[in-house]
Ligand binder design. Sequence first.
Ligand SMILES: [Zn+2]
Length: 97
Amino acid sequence: MKTMRLSRKWVRIYLTLLAVGIAVFVVGALMPHQGIMYGGVGIAAVGAAVAWFKCRCPYCGVPLARYVRWGSGKARFCPGCENEILYDDFKDRGKIG
Ligand SMILES: [Zn+2]
Protein backbone atom coordinates (compact mmCIF):
# COMPACT_ATOMS: atom_id res chain seq x y z
CA MET A 1 0.00 0.00 0.00
CA LYS A 2 1.24 3.45 -0.88
CA THR A 3 2.20 5.59 2.08
CA MET A 4 -0.12 8.56 2.25
CA ARG A 5 0.97 11.96 3.38
CA LEU A 6 -0.44 15.29 4.33
CA SER A 7 0.27 18.23 2.06
CA ARG A 8 2.61 20.63 3.86
CA LYS A 9 1.38 23.38 1.57
CA TRP A 10 -2.18 23.17 2.89
CA VAL A 11 -0.99 22.87 6.48
CA ARG A 12 0.93 26.12 6.07
CA ILE A 13 -1.98 27.87 4.35
CA TYR A 14 -4.21 26.86 7.26
CA LEU A 15 -1.75 27.96 9.95
CA THR A 16 -1.12 31.27 8.16
CA LEU A 17 -4.83 32.07 7.82
CA LEU A 18 -5.40 31.17 11.46
CA ALA A 19 -2.54 33.36 12.68
CA VAL A 20 -3.55 36.30 10.47
CA GLY A 21 -7.20 35.91 11.49
CA ILE A 22 -6.35 35.94 15.19
CA ALA A 23 -4.01 38.92 14.73
CA VAL A 24 -6.71 40.89 12.87
CA PHE A 25 -9.25 39.92 15.53
CA VAL A 26 -7.01 41.13 18.38
CA VAL A 27 -6.16 44.38 16.57
CA GLY A 28 -9.84 44.87 15.70
CA ALA A 29 -10.87 44.34 19.32
CA LEU A 30 -8.60 47.22 20.35
CA MET A 31 -9.97 49.56 17.69
CA PRO A 32 -12.87 51.95 18.33
CA HIS A 33 -14.67 50.53 15.29
CA GLN A 34 -14.83 46.84 15.96
CA GLY A 35 -16.09 45.81 12.54
CA ILE A 36 -12.55 44.77 11.64
CA MET A 37 -12.82 42.09 14.33
CA TYR A 38 -15.33 40.23 12.20
CA GLY A 39 -12.90 40.30 9.30
CA GLY A 40 -10.45 38.47 11.55
CA VAL A 41 -13.11 35.93 12.45
CA GLY A 42 -13.79 35.47 8.73
CA ILE A 43 -10.12 34.88 7.91
CA ALA A 44 -9.77 32.40 10.77
CA ALA A 45 -12.95 30.66 9.58
CA VAL A 46 -11.46 30.25 6.10
CA GLY A 47 -8.37 28.78 7.76
CA ALA A 48 -10.56 26.39 9.75
CA ALA A 49 -12.32 25.35 6.54
CA VAL A 50 -8.95 24.64 4.90
CA ALA A 51 -7.97 22.52 7.89
CA TRP A 52 -11.31 20.74 7.81
CA PHE A 53 -11.07 19.79 4.15
CA LYS A 54 -7.33 19.52 3.55
CA CYS A 55 -5.66 18.58 6.85
CA ARG A 56 -7.23 15.22 7.61
CA CYS A 57 -5.56 11.94 8.43
CA PRO A 58 -5.03 10.19 5.08
CA TYR A 59 -5.77 6.87 6.74
CA CYS A 60 -8.88 7.40 8.83
CA GLY A 61 -10.06 10.92 7.89
CA VAL A 62 -9.91 12.43 11.38
CA PRO A 63 -9.38 16.22 11.17
CA LEU A 64 -5.85 16.96 12.36
CA ALA A 65 -6.13 20.73 12.80
CA ARG A 66 -4.75 20.58 16.35
CA TYR A 67 -1.98 18.15 15.44
CA VAL A 68 -0.41 19.53 12.30
CA ARG A 69 2.74 21.61 12.51
CA TRP A 70 4.53 24.15 10.38
CA GLY A 71 7.88 22.44 9.99
CA SER A 72 9.49 19.12 10.59
CA GLY A 73 10.14 17.96 14.10
CA LYS A 74 9.23 15.26 16.52
CA ALA A 75 6.84 12.68 15.10
CA ARG A 76 3.19 13.13 15.99
CA PHE A 77 0.52 10.51 15.76
CA CYS A 78 -3.07 10.55 14.58
CA PRO A 79 -5.51 10.56 17.52
CA GLY A 80 -7.88 8.37 15.51
CA CYS A 81 -5.79 5.51 14.11
CA GLU A 82 -2.37 6.15 15.75
CA ASN A 83 -0.52 6.18 12.44
CA GLU A 84 2.38 8.61 12.34
CA ILE A 85 1.39 11.89 10.69
CA LEU A 86 3.61 12.15 7.61
CA TYR A 87 4.01 15.09 5.25
CA ASP A 88 4.75 15.17 1.57
CA ASP A 89 8.01 17.07 2.19
CA PHE A 90 9.29 14.58 4.74
CA LYS A 91 12.64 14.22 3.00
CA ASP A 92 13.98 17.16 5.01
CA ARG A 93 13.30 15.16 8.15
CA GLY A 94 15.44 12.42 9.58
CA LYS A 95 18.86 13.60 8.48
CA ILE A 96 18.81 16.59 10.81
CA GLY A 97 16.36 15.56 13.49
ZN1 LIG B 1 -5.81 8.47 11.41
